[in-house]
Structure formats: C-alpha cells, structure tokens
Design a binder for this molecule. Structure first.
Ligand SMILES: O=P(O)(O)OC[C@H]1O[C@H](O)[C@H](O)[C@@H](O)[C@@H]1O
Length: 459
C-alpha cells in the first residue's frame, strides 16, 4: 500500500494548501483556523453537519452544571420541536437561539427557525434580541439575520465542509457557551493534524486507521464499522461518525467516473451497554463487520474512585468488559481496532475529531473517490420538494373525490400512490376529510380537500 498512501499524502498536502479537492463542486476543503449574562439556555437549530458535531461535543464535554445548558432542534418533526420549546418553558425568555446552516437554506432548519420564532411571538418576546446565525456570508439565513437585526452573525467559509465543521464556529461557539475549553479542543486537533502530516506511514495515526479500514473491508466497504466507545460521554461519537464517514465515502462513482458504489457503514453506541444487545451476533453470527474500540484509561477524576469490592472499582469492570469482549471477538477471528484515549478532555476530543476527519480524507484518496460532495442527498431533497408540490396542487376546494379523481385533477395519474400517502397524512392531521370509506382500503375512499371543513359535510 506504500505507493497508494504516498499518493494520498500528496493529495492531502495539496488540499491543505487550498487545492480544489472537491472537483465537481469546484471547492477547496481546508481545515478552519479560528478565532453569561442574561442567557441561561442555548437552543441550537440545525441538522446534519450543523448538529452532529455540537451534539457529540456537548455530550462528551459539557460540565455537569454548564453556564448555559444546550438543547437541539435537528429535525422538522413538529412534535419534537414542541417538546424542546415546552421543556424550555419560561426560560425561553433567557434562551440564546443559535441557527446553524452552512448553506443557509436547509428546509428542516428553516422550519425549526420559523417554529421557534412563532413561539417567541406567542410569548411576547423579540426573537431578534436572542437569535444568532452561523452560516456562509450572504446566504438566505445570513440575510434574514442581518435584515432582522439578530444579536450576532458568525461566518462559515466555503471551504469548511458541513461534516467537517466541528472545529469552526459551528462547533466552537456552542461549546464555548457551555464552558468547554475550545482552545484545548483546537490544540488537540492541531497536534493530531501535525502527526497526520507525517509521510512515514507507521508514524501517521490517520494513515494507520485508514489502512485498517482498507484491510478490514477489502477497500470496497465489504464490512461495517462498529464503533464502541467504553465511556458514556462518548455515546454520540458513532452517530457523528456515521455522517462523517458514510456521507464522505458512500459514493457511486470514483474520480475517473467508474461506477464503484463505495462506502463504509458505521453503527454502534457504547460498551459495555451494547454487550447486552448485539455482541452475541458479532461474536458468533454473520461476519460482516469490524469493531473499533475506543478505550479511555482514566475512569473518574482523581480522588473520586471507590472500591466496590476489595481491590476492584466500577471502572475495573468496564475495563474488564472491554478487554474481555476484544479477546472474545479475536478468538473467533473477528477483527478490531483499538483507539486509546488517556481521558475524555477537550484536547482528546479535538484530537479524535481531527484523527477521523483525516482518516476519511486519506481513505478517499486510497479508493479514488471525492470525499467532499454528497450528490446522493440531493435526490431525496428533490423528491421531497415534488411531494410538497403535488400536495399543494391538490388543494382546491372540491366535492368529495376518489383518489383517481384527485390524481386526474392534479394531472398526476401515475402518482396515485403518493396521492394516497398525502391524503392519509392530511386526514390524520384534520386537514382533509374522509367523506366515505376509510384509509385502510384506498379504493373505497372519497375525500374533501382544501378549504372544506366539517360543516361542508352537511351542506
Ligand atoms: O449546514 P446545512 O447547509 O444546513 O446542511 C446540513 C446538511 O445538509 C445536507 O443534508 C448535507 O448532505 C449535509 O452534509 C449537511 O450537513
């Protein structure tokens, strides 16, 4: 693998110098360099790379009593949004809302913002005095924040990828507000970056990690990566890695245009908890994975340890469970990687993030794909837009119609199944009325749509 890795190192050197590493979007991808009072809470609104890093870091590093406690809205689920706002209760008045979106136009994030702004209006609060935006300059979000006069706007550079933005304002602002030492996070990332610039493969942690992935999955993603940190505070690492690894490496075509369908699936929560869930299959069942153990040597802060049996602490059990599982998997020819961390500190978390970001970049070079775009995500967004357009086209006030009649009026006869799905969703939310039949047998139903209400049924 030496020649392939030397090529990967050269690619990475060019990337850091500002080469166009994302050719089909014509973008540079560089790691970013970075620059209490009346608020008691932070509400972060964002999704994907604009949520997963901050969520991981909050879980890993926020102190027990942070100066500001953070909550997240990371979806367009109305009930989920209501839940977050309800939990804030009267503290909405002292909540700093950080809206994070690189593009500034992601629909879920826009919807979250509109819902939060509605809650502010209903509580008689002025959102602009409590809103902050992190986004690219001149994006829709940036312009909204500027026109409405929000508290602050933090820029995101074009060359900071969403899923590699944790070390930019996206991750650092929420972390700093929770009292996390962001300078230490940056120091950790910087030390790791330095190590990963070595072109001597054995001295380069990210290259070794990428090589392990290549070897374990035959360079074609033939095995899944199960990430098992043995530390509760690292629970969200695998979820964070899911986007970083899968959105970067899951590609249909390589850089030469060959269809390769590359990727590396990631899942996992934490040990030893998962030992009581699926380790049975890992040890004895289908051999379609490799494990990454994240081992943390320090159990508790100094001076807090306690022996629950003579000579044995709770942390000794956790350690024993990890070593035991590792040995048990090995004895049945199941491969594993172990990443050892002294202690979960801002420096270690910064280093972990930098390690995996770099490993993904090197691995992408090894398998000759663009790690920095996500064309597949667009297909789902486009289709969602089409469903909403179809729903809007159905919205005229009409007499009860069958699904076929609705489809005809929408000029979408071939979309009958989608029409049925739209009607079932609208009916469940009292926005369409099933006049005859029921949703369980689609052919039987007749539906009132649009402006109609219950009274229409009787006129
Ligand atoms: O930060 P935003 O522009 O709102 O993007 C949020 C997310 O949107 C899409 O799903 C992209 O595939 C992700 O890479 C990105 O992190």
């Amino acid at each position: 693998m030496e020649p392939k890795l030397q090529k990967a190192f050269a690619d990475m050197r060019e990337l850091e110098k500002g080469a166009i590493a994302n050719p089909d979007e014509g973008r540079m991808i560089k790691p970013p360099s970075c620059p209490t009072g009346r608020f008691t809470q932070v509400l972060s609104v964002g999704i994907g790379g604009s949520a997963l890093g901050p969520q991981f870091v909050a879980e890993a590093l926020a102190p027990d009593n942070p100066p500001l406690k953070i909550r997240f809205i990371d979806n367009t689920d109305p009930a989920g949004i209501d839940h977050q706002i309800a939990q804030l209760g009267p503290e909405l008045a002292s909540t700093l809302v950080i809206v994070i979106s690189k593009s500034g136009g992601t629909p879920e994030t826009r919807n979250g913002l509109l819902e939060v702004q509605k809650a502010f209006r209903e509580a008689g609060l002025d959102f602009s005095k409590q809103g902050v935006a992190i986004t690219q300059e001149n994006s829709l979000l940036d312009n909204t924040a500027r026109i409405e006069g929000w508290v602050a706007r933090f820029p995101m550079f074009d060359w900071v990828g969403g899923r590699t933005s944790e070390m930019s304002a996206v991750g650092l602002l929420p972390a700093a507000l929770q009292g996390i030492d962001i300078k230490e996070m940056l120091v950790g990332a910087s030390i790791m970056d330095e190590a990963n610039r070595s072109t001597v493969v054995k001295n380069n942690p990210a290259a070794l990690l990428a090589l392990c992935w290549y070897w374990a999955s035959d360079g074609v993603g033939s095995k899944d990566m199960v990430v098992l940190p043995y530390k509760d505070s690292l629970l969200l690492f695998s979820r964070y890695l899911q986007q970083l690894v899968m959105e970067s490496l899951g590609k249909e075509f390589d850089l030469d245009g060959n269809r390769v369908n590359q990727g590396l699936s990631v899942y996992g929560n934490k040990g030893s908890t998962d030992q009581h869930a699926y380790i049975q299959q890992l040890r004895e069942g289908v051999h379609n994975f490799f494990v990454t153990f994240i081992e943390v040597l320090r159990d508790r802060p100094p001076g807090h340890d306690w022996e629950l049996e003579p000579g044995v602490t709770c942390g000794d059990y956790l350690f024993g469970m990890m070593q035991g599982t590792r040995a048990a998997l090995y004895s049945n020819d199941r491969e594993s990687i172990t990443v050892t961390v002294q202690e979960v500190t801002p420096r270690a978390v910064g280093a972990l993030i930098a390690l995996y970001e770099r490993a993904v970049g090197l691995y992408a070079s090894l398998v000759n794909i663009n790690a920095y775009h996500q064309p597949g995500v667009e297909a789902g967004k486009k289709a969602a837009g089409e469903v909403l357009a179809l729903q809007k086209s159905c919205k005229e006030p009409v007499e009860p119609l069958t699904l076929e009649e609705i489809a005809d009026r929408c000029h979408a006869a071939e979309e009958i199944e989608m029409i049925y799905k739209i009607i079932a969703h609208m009916a469940a939310n009292d926005r369409a009325i099933i006049a005859e039949g029921n949703c369980g047998s689609p052919r039987s139903i007749k539906v009132f749509l649009g402006e109609c209400n219950v009274d229409d049924l009787f006129t």
